[in-house]
Design a protein around this ligand. Structure first.
Ligand code: SF4
Length: 208
């Protein structure tokens, strides 16, 4: 298998997401449905993010344009160490934010964020998200109900399926990873990408 360059991996991610989410945007939400999602609303950035290899490479490239490398490495290492081995329940209880979330609750790589980050689009109140996922004021309430728009979820699945197919056509494997742990690995050793594209992924770096 020829090693795909970072530029080629970013192009695969960008193309798949543009196609999938443009198609979703062409089917507008029913009239009267207004999402409460807004700048600074970041409950879903405490959830683990399932990503493909091209999405990790794209996210890291974008992060390096907005964060000092030493600061980025420290943020990622801390978040990864604090979530390693936790299942989803324990991870929510730990309340560890994505290392790419800034102090004002905004994504530092918004236009280059992974597909699953684009999937969450609530139709219920912001309070419902805070209750379900937990907020600075308290722990998660598993009985809280969040109503979400299914269209972005479908688009995220579509985008990742397109990425998987593109990698397969290039003779590569397409393992899915946990964004925080994948960032930690790739910052520690950029050659880890080659291992991933051969299908070799540390168990703890896979999505939980
Ligand atoms: S990449 Fe951005 S949108 Fe996605 S979880 Fe991290 S901060 Fe949130």
């Amino acid at each position: 298998m020829r090693r795909l360059s970072d530029a080629e991996l970013v192009a695969i991610a960008s193309s798949a997401m543009a196609t999938a989410f443009d198609q979703a945007a062409a089917s507008p939400s029913p009239p009267g449905e207004v999402s409460p999602c807004m700048l600074g609303c970041s409950s879903c950035c405490y959830l683990p993010v399932n990503v493909t290899v091209p999405e990790v490479v794209q996210a890291l490239g974008a992060a390096r344009t907005v964060i000092d490398p030493a600061q980025l490495g420290k943020r990622v290492e801390t978040a990864s160490a604090n979530t390693r081995g936790l299942d989803i329940s324990d991870r929510l209880r730990a309340r560890v934010a994505c290392p790419l979330l800034d102090g004002l609750g905004s994504c530092m790589i918004y236009t280059s964020r992974p597909a699953y980050c684009r999937a969450y689009n609530a139709r219920s109140s912001r309070d419902a998200c805070d209750r379900l996922i937990g907020s600075a004021a308290g722990l998660a309430d598993p009985n809280a109900v969040v109503v979400a728009d299914p269209a972005p979820f479908d688009a995220a699945l579509d985008a990742q399926a397109r990425i998987d197919q593109d990698l397969e056509r290039a003779g590569a494997r397409s393992p899915h990873l946990d964004l925080t742990h994948a960032l930690a690995l790739i910052i520690g050793d950029p050659a880890t990408v080659d291992d991933w594209l051969r299908g070799d992924v540390a168990e703890w770096a896979r999505p939980q």
